[in-house]
Design a protein around this ligand. Structure first.
Ligand code: UD1
Ligand code: CA
Length: 490
C-alpha cells in the first residue's frame, strides 16, 4: 500500500511471562509472536515498518532485523506508555516519511491476520475519520480500553483504571490496533498528556484530541476478536498456541488433509501439506516440514524440517532435517537425525538411528541399527543390529556400501571403509577393511564346539540336566552344516 506506515510496539517488559526470553520472542507454531505480527504487517506491503523496542532490545532488535531487514528500529528507553512509544517511532522516521496513513499494532498478538489489517486499513482510507479503531465485542472486557460511542462515532476510549462503572460495563473494546491520518497523528502526538491513573502517555487519548479538533473517529468491529488477543503470561501463551494450531489444522483439512485427531496434532505455521496426506494421532509437524500427497504420518511422530515423499509412511518416529523418499517406510521407533536421506521405497525400521546417511532407492535398514556418516547404495539390505562405527574417538569417518549388497546381522563397519556393489558379509562380521564388489567377508574364526561342556563345568544345574537328557535321547544337534552367511534378515 502506498504511503502506509505500520508501527509495531514491542518495548513492554512482559514481566508476567517470568522469562529471560523477551515476551514477544516466545514462539507459537514455530515462529515468535512478533514474527507472526510482522508477517501480517508485511502482507500489507507498507512503505515502511517501524518496530519500537525497549526491554531486552538486545534480543528483539536483531530478531526484527533478521525477519524484516528494511524495518526501522526505534528505541524507547523507558516504557512511558503507548502514546510515548508511537511518538518515539514517529521521531525515528525522516520528516518526508511522516505522511500517508499510519497503522499501529502490538507485537504480542500472533493470531492477527494480514487480511484483517488490510480490511481495517481500507475502512480507514475510505473514510473521513482522523483516526479509526479496530474494536471487538468481548464477554469479559476487563483490562481493556472501553470504546465509548456517541452519535458521531467514537467519543473516547476509557482505560480500565479510569473507567466509571457505566463505562466499565461497555463490552466493545479497543483491540489496540489503530489507524491514523499522518497529519493528524503528527499534530496529536505532542499533545498527549499523562494525567491519568497510570501516569502514562496513552495513545488512546488521541480520540479525545481528534474530537476536540472537530474531527471524527471511526470504529471497525472485527468479529473474530481473538485475532487481537495478546499473551501476557504462559497460560495465555498456551491458549493462543492451541487456538492458532486449531486454525492451522482447519485450513489444512479444508485443503484436503485428513487429520484424525486435531486435539493431539500440532502443525507449525510454515509446514506444507499436500492433498490426501493423512495425519494420525499424536503427531507434531514442525518448522519447514513438507509432506507430499498420500503420505501417512503417525501415530506419534515428531518431524522437524523434514521432507516426506509421496505415499511414504512414517510411524512413531522422531526426525529432523532429513528427507524420506516417495513410498518409503519409516518406523516404528526410528530416530532420523540431520542429514538422513532415505531413497524412494527405502526402509528405516524399528530401533534404527540414522545421521548424515544417504540410503539409496529401495535400500533397507530394517532393525536395531546405527547408521552414521554413511552412503548405502540402491537395493542394499543391511542386516539386523548393524553398527556403522563412524567415530574413532577423535574424528568422524564415512562408510560406503554399494548397490544390492547383503550384509549379515550384528555387523560392525569400522569407518572409513567401503563395501562393494553386490558384496555380502557374514553374521557378526567386523568389517575393518574394504570388501570388494561381489565378495563375501567373514571376520569371525571357525566355530569350535567343546563337547559335554555343560555337564562337566555346570554339573547339577538345570542346564546340565537338559544337556544330559538330550544326550541320552540322542537329540543333540548335528555338527557342521551351517554356512558362514547365517541370519541374513530381510
Ligand atoms: C492497551 C490500550 C487499551 C487496549 C489494550 C488492548 C492504551 C493506553 N491502552 O492497554 O485501550 O484495550 O491495549 O490490548 O493504549 N508498549 C510499548 N511501550 C510502552 C507501553 C507499551 O512498546 O511504553 C507496548 C507493549 O509492549 C504492548 C503494547 O504496547 O505490546 C500495549 O501496552 P500495554 O501496556 O499492554 O497496554 P494495555 O494496558 O494492555
Ligand atoms: Ca496489554
Amino acid at each position: 500500500m502506498d504511503d502506509l506506515t505500520v508501527i509495531v510496539l514491542a518495548a513492554g517488559g512482559g514481566t508476567r511471562m517470568k522469562s529471560k526470553t523477551m515476551k514477544v520472542l516466545h514462539p507459537i507454531a514455530g515462529r515468535s509472536m512478533l514474527a507472526h505480527v510482522l508477517a501480517a504487517a508485511q502482507s500489507l506491503e507498507p512503505a515502511r515498518i517501524v518496530t519500537v523496542v525497549g526491554n531486552q532490545r538486545d534480543q528483539v532488535a536483531p530478531h526484527v532485523q533478521e525477519l524484516v531487514p528494511e524495518a526501522v528500529i526505534a528505541v524507547q528507553e523507558s516504557q512511558d506508555g503507548t502514546g510515548h512509544a508511537v511518538r518515539v517511532a514517529w521521531e525515528a522516521l525522516p520528516a518526508e516519511a511522516r505522511r500517508g496513513t499510519v497503522v499501529v499494532a502490538y507485537g504480542d498478538t500472533p493470531l492477527l491476520q494480514g487480511e484483517s489489517l488490510r480490511a481495517f486499513a481500507d475502512f480507514h482510507l475510505g473514510s473521513q475519520h482522523a483516526m479509526s479503531i479496530l474494536t471487538g465485542r468481548v464477554a469479559d472486557p476487563f483490562g481493556y480500553g472501553r470504546v465509548i460511542r456517541d452519535e458521531s462515532g467514537v467519543a473516547a476510549i476509557v482505560e480500565e483504571k479510569d473507567a466509571t462503572e457505566a463505562q466499565a460495563a461497555v463490552d466493545e473494546i479497543n483491540s489496540g490496533i489503530l489507524a491514523f491520518d499522518a497529519d493528524f497523528l503528527d499534530a496529536a502526538l505532542p499533545r498527549i498528556g499523562n494525567d491519568n491513573a497510570k501516569g502514562e502517555y496513552y495513545l488512546t487519548e488521541t480520540v479525545a484530541l481528534a474530537r476536540d479538533d472537530g474531527r471524527t473517529v471511526g470504529a471497525f468491529v472485527l468479529d473474530d476478536v481473538r485475532q487481537t488477543e495478546g499473551a501476557n503470561d504462559r497460560a495465555q501463551l498456551a491458549a493462543l498456541a492451541k487456538e492458532m494450531n486449531r486454525r492451522i489444522l482447519d485450513r489444512w483439512m479444508r485443503e484436503g488433509v485428513t487429520v484424525v485427531d486435531p486435539d493431539t496434532t500440532w502443525v507449525d505455521a510454515d509446514v506444507k501439506l499436500a492433498r490426501d496426506v493423512t495425519i494420525l494421532p499424536g503427531v507434531q509437524l514442525l518448522g519447514a516440514t513438507v509432506v507430499a500427497e498420500d503420505a501417512v504420518v503417525g501415530p506419534d511422530c515428531t518431524l522437524k524440517d523434514m521432507e516426506v515423499g509421496e505415499g511414504a509412511t512414517v510411524v512413531r518416529t522422531h526426525g529432523e532435517l532429513g528427507v524420506i523418499g516417495a513410498g518409503a517406510n519409516v518406523g516404528p521407533f526410528s530416530y532420523l537425525r540431520p542429514g538422513t536421506e532415505l531413497g524412494a521405497a527405502g526402509k528405516i525400521g524399528a530401533f534404527v538411528e540414522t545421521k548424515n546417511a544417504q540410503i539409496g532407492e529401495g535400500a533397507k535398514v530394517p532393525h536395531l541399527s546405527y547408521v552414521g556418516d554413511a552412503e548405502i547404495g540402491e537395493g542394499t539390505n543391511i542386516g539386523a543390529g548393524t553398527i556403522f562405527a563412524n567415530y574413532d574417538g577423535v574424528q568422524k569417518h564415512r562408510t560406503t556400501v554399494g548397490r544390492h549388497a547383503r550384509t549379515g546381522s550384528n555387523n560392525t563397519f569400522v569407518a572409513p571403509v567401503t563395501i562393494g556393489d553386490g558384496a555380502s558379509t557374514g553374521g557378526g562380521t567386523v568389517v575393518r577393511e574394504d570388501v570388494p564388489s561381489g565378495a563375501l567377508a567373514v571376520s569371525s574364526g571357525p566355530q569350535r564346539n567343546v563337547e559335554g561342556w555343560a555337564q562337566r563345568r555346570r554339573p547339577g544345574t538345570k542346564q546340565a540336566e537338559a544337556a544330559e537328557e538330550a544326550a541320552s535321547r540322542g537329540t543333540a544337534p548335528e555338527l557342521g552344516g551351517t554356512g558362514p552367511v547365517g541370519d541374513n534378515q530381510e
